[in-house]
Write a protein that binds this ligand. Sequence first.
Ligand code: 5RP
Length: 233
Amino acid sequence: MTADDLKKQAAARALELVRPGMRLGLGTGSTAKHFVDLLGLRVAEGFEILCVATSEATQAQAVALGIPLSTLDETPELDLTVDGADEIDPQLRLIKGGGAALLREKIVASASARMVVIADDGKLVKTLGRFPLPIEVVPFGLEVTRRAVVEAIAAAGAAGELVLRRRPDGAILVTDGGHYLLDAHLGAIERPEALAQALNGVPGVVEHGLFIGLASGAILAGADGLKLLGRIG
Ligand code: 5RP
């Protein structure tokens, strides 16, 4: 079974959580894409739902599938968000932002009564940080912000290279919000809460990919079947 098959299995299990009339946050990435595809099939059968997308890419996918969409301004309280993650630890702390959508993903998750993560079980780690931590920054004053981020990381007891994310063609990647991403290659984040707090205090940092206290449950698909963490239903 491929990693993509596992992602699809997790997405299919998450679809069972969706009830008619729900207000639903739609995540971003290859796993969330499976979920949106499956949801689109249900909508085509007449299932009623109202969704908010976490990226322009997911918005376009949902539009193409005929999924009814709203905005957080019109629908500021959501029942459930289903989204992927780059890493998950046993306490349901996450690294997100590999797909560059962390800012909207965090806003949508924070507006949701529940956030359920879907992933293949290779994303489950004891300690966060092997996946580079995305930090979204404003382009203005980039070097000043970069230096302050290095200090914040050190203050939280971590260290590692910061890499400005680029697109495959070499151009600087610009997020849906018009910002840049610094990927922090830390190896291990022993104190995620301390790091999150330190990064939150840096002017120029818009948001970071540490999602702490946001996920209520996770559906992890592996060769041995599905593993559920936290509260799913
Ligand atoms: C996008 C994300 C994605 O959820 C994360 O990168 C996981 O993606 P995938 O399902 O493709 O592995 O945080 O910003």
